[in-house]
Design a protein around this ligand. Structure first.
Ligand SMILES: *Cc1c(COP(=O)(O)O)cnc(C)c1O
Length: 426
């Protein structure tokens, strides 16, 4: 009998390009049929065939409390009864701004938007408007949403300007973005030596989570801060993934580096569409209506979305929240690594707070090139073995994974036991 997932996927492809509303969901890199989910509760999701999985995707990061957390659902229900949207200020937006600025000391002012893409796109426009410069520096393997300036790959040769990485991005526009190697302080210094007067901003994932997981060298983050300060460029930490995920003050708190602007998303919406960008008041003061940089949104600060975000952020303040989350995540990465090694499978894994990376290579990668050397076929085998056993990992090798506060020790132990069986049959 054909599965319900298969039936839905076939139907979906008729009117939705590729059958999905975001490409990685299509299982193109791992092969097979995407699971259509019908419900989630805590650490688990249930698909259209009624199969239950331990979920390590968590909607790609937002669900730090797990699925359908009672406090979040209650906050959303309460908010919906009062109306879905006003297009006028509401008190919950002020509460959200106050809370974000309290939790992240580098934020003096913050503006809410509806996605991470909007947050990064707006922060870059703001940095350009504030500095009066056009050149943007990003790092290969970092993802900052899908706006034109960011869908750019390195040109050939060192220090050349970027080329579009997507059809539809004008080459003229890509020329304003330079793509450098992550964790390469010397490359960064060279770019500043040559182009300092044109550099408006450097945008970075302070822990890279969109090329699998790559941790920053502290010296790299320090070089970013020093060079931007010295040359008047705006340092943007894209914490859409890491914000409130790797620790209570994001990656900036973890590594002790203060960016000029920070972009947020994912966790701050708790599963609803909320993004934000904020930072130094001097820079934020250039945004309309205070200043000349235009930015707006019909549904920005939407009261239902903000209610979910606020309810989520408030739960994170519980004593020991991050210690426990980090410990659970390490239980997973240590367990998987031990299981792989017992069975002679080249594998490594690491965690930062509630996010993790799994690598089919013997050591954790420190650069994009090292990430690219991971064994893709091995990952796909692992992915499908785990999926069949009821453990849902990201359906692509180059993604970070997520553990939530709802993952119990027993959930993780079950996942490690399933992995042991997969590795044994390797
Ligand atoms: C997910 C992500 C984005 C984009 O956020 P969307 O809400 O998907 O637009 C931007 N930056 C980083 C670091 C992300 O992980």
């Amino acid at each position: 009998m054909i599965s319900r997932n298969q039936q839905l996927f076939e139907r979906a492809q008729k009117h939705i390009p590729g059958g999905v509303n975001s490409p990685v969901r299509a299982f193109r890199s791992v092969g097979g049929t995407p699971r259509f989910f019908v419900a989630g509760s805590g650490a688990h999701v249930t698909d259209a065939d009624g199969r239950r999985y331990v979920d390590y995707v968590g909607s790609w990061g937002p669900l730090i409390l797990g699925h359908a957390h009672p406090a979040v659902i209650a906050a959303v229900q309460e908010a919906t009864l009062k109306g879905l949207s006003f297009g006028a200020p509401t008190e919950s937006e002020v509460d959200m701004a106050d809370l974000l600025c309290e939790l992240l000391p580098s934020l003096e002012m913050v503006r809410l938007v509806s996605s991470g893409t909007e947050a990064t796109m707006s922060a870059i426009r703001l940095a350009r408007g504030y500095t009066g410069r056009d050149l943007l520096i990003k790092f290969e393997g970092c993802y900052h949403g899908h706006s034109d300036s960011l869908l750019v790959k390195a040109g050939s040769g060192l220090l050349t300007l970027g080329n579009p990485s997507s059809a539809g991005v004008p080459a003229d526009l890509a020329q304003h973005t330079m793509v450098l190697d992550y964790n390469d302080s010397a490359g960064l210094a060279a770019a500043f030596a040559e182009h300092a007067a044109q550099i408006a901003a450097v945008i970075v994932e302070p822990v890279a989570g969109n090329m699998n997981l790559v941790t920053p060298r502290l010296q790299f983050l320090q070089a970013l801060r020093e060079l931007c300060t010295r040359h008047g460029a705006v340092l943007i930490f894209d914490e859409v993934m890491t914000g409130f995920r790797v620790g209570p003050r994001g990656a900036q708190g973890l590594y002790g580096i203060t960016p000029d602007l920070t972009t947020l998303g994912k966790v701050i919406g708790g599963g609803m569409p909320v993004g934000a960008f904020g930072g130094r008041a001097e820079i934020m003061g250039k945004i309309a209506p205070l200043g000349p940089v235009y930015q707006a949104g019909t549904l920005s600060g939407n009261p239902v979305a903000v209610a979910a975000g606020l309810a989520t952020l408030r739960q994170l303040r519980a004593a020991g929240f991050y210690e426990e989350l980090a410990q659970r995540t390490r239980q997973l990465t240590d367990g998987l690594q031990a299981a792989a090694h017992r069975n002679g499978v080249p594998f490594s894994a690491q965690a930062v707070g509630g996010m993790f990376g799994l690598y089919f290579r013997s050591e954790c990668p420190q650069s994009y090139a090292e990430v690219m050397s991971c064994d893709l076929q091995a990952f796909n085998r692992f992915f499908h073995g785990m999926l069949d056993a009821g453990h849902y990992f990201a359906p692509a090798a180059f993604e970070a994974g997520f553990v939530s506060a709802a993952h119990a020790e027993a959930d993780i132990a079950a996942t490690v036991a399933a992995a042991e069986a997969v590795f044994k049959a390797w």
